[in-house]
Design a binder for this molecule. Structure first.
Ligand SMILES: [Zn+2]
Length: 342
């Protein structure tokens, strides 16, 4: 069995817009850092696999898929923040296909862990709308594929991007076979993700939101993981854990105001990794979402790759020098009461 498999999106540089923060350099900085550290060569790269039509249509509306593929051909903008080039549709399918390849390898235990460098990213894409730089919801498509193809019963999605994973939430809002937990900054784009949003119908109680105030730091996210996420995972008993990772909670990121270090990303993934070995048969796959500072993205990627491999790593970017606020403690306490966690 491979220790860790990787997906790298070939030709992703053809999806770009001059001056836009969601740029090809994000993935190239990660690749360079992994190459310089000697990890890149040692990791098996997975080619993308074709997405079954039934899976794609379970996640996105058919009319949306038609609209977005034709908008891409014509280079039309589907949303103020999101651009399309004539290559974007093909590259979005490729990005989601890579998410499928990595998650299948992990599900089938051909690999112990998986890391998909998805670009374009996915967690803001809703069933019928491209938004927040996202076209297809990669992690949702990968999750739906494991449920449909392998008959999985319970999958957990943890979203650690600094923005709320509104698209993923919408897609599984009424589903009890997917537990969705998002830790994000609030207030911040896209404005959703209050603790009151908990799912509906069969899905009521299967969406958990942990909105952290600006200037929360490392401790806030560690406490959220240990005191809320891990206990809720134990209750749900997932067969596999999928993680949306955006590096935009790093203190250097220009789009948000969280004070997280790269080392903290490593710690969070380590905690999930240990949990996974103990309770989910070792099935853990990570999918890239946002993160707009190139140095932070490279450092966080090294942190989580080493965490997935169980190796030590030194964070040369260090910690933020800005003062942290403590409001997050009250927020976490309220959420614990809300979900009956002692
Ligand atoms: Zn983000």
């Amino acid at each position: 069995m491979e220790e860790l498999v990787l997906f790298y999106p070939d030709r992703h540089e053809l999806h770009f817009e001059r001056g836009h923060p969601e740029r090809p350099e994000r993935v190239e900085a990660i690749r360079n850092a992994l190459e310089d550290s000697g990890l890149w060569e040692s990791l098996e790269k997975m080619p993308p696999i074709e997405i079954p039509k039934k899976v794609l249509q379970a996640v996105h509306d058919e009319s949306y898929l038609e609209e977005i593929s034709s908008a891409s051909k014509n280079g039309l903008r589907p949303d103020m923040d999101t651009y399309l080039t004539p290559y974007s549709w093909e590259l979005a399918l490729n990005s989601a296909g890579g998410a499928l390849a990595v998650s299948e390898a992990v599900w089938k235990r051909e690999a112990n862990r998986g890391y998909a460098l998805c670009r374009p990213p996915g967690h803001h894409a809703t069933p019928d709308q491209a938004m927040g730089f996202c076209i297809l919801n990669n992690i949702s498509i990968a999750t739906e594929n494991i449920l449909q193809k392998f008959g999985a019963k319970r999958i957990a999605i943890i979203d650690l991007d600094v923005h709320h994973g509104n698209g993923t939430q919408d897609i599984f809002w009424e589903r009890s076979d997917v537990l969705f937990i998002s830790v994000h900054q609030s207030p911040l784009y896209p404005g959703t993700g209050s603790a009151k949003e908990i799912g509906a119908g069969d899905g009521e109680g299967f969406t958990i939101n942990i909105p952290l105030p600006p200037y929360s730091g490392n401790e806030a996210r560690l406490h959220a993981m240990e005191e809320i996420i891990l206990p809720k995972l134990s209750e749900f008993k997932p067969e596999m854990i999928m993680v949306s990772v955006g590096f935009d909670a790093h203190w250097k990121d220009p789009l948000a105001q969280q004070l997280t270090s790269a080392d903290n990303y490593g710690k969070l993934i380590s905690l999930l990794s240990k949990y996974t070995d103990q309770y989910t048969g070792g099935r853990l796959a990570i999918f890239l979402e946002g993160g707009y500072d190139l140095h932070a993205g490279a450092a966080c990627s090294l942190a989580i790759t080493n965490a997935l491999l169980g190796k030590a790593w030194k964070d040369t970017l260090g910690e933020s020098q800005n003062p942290e606020t403590n409001e997050w403690r009250t927020v976490l306490n309220h959420i614990k009461v809300q979900w009956g966690i002692n």
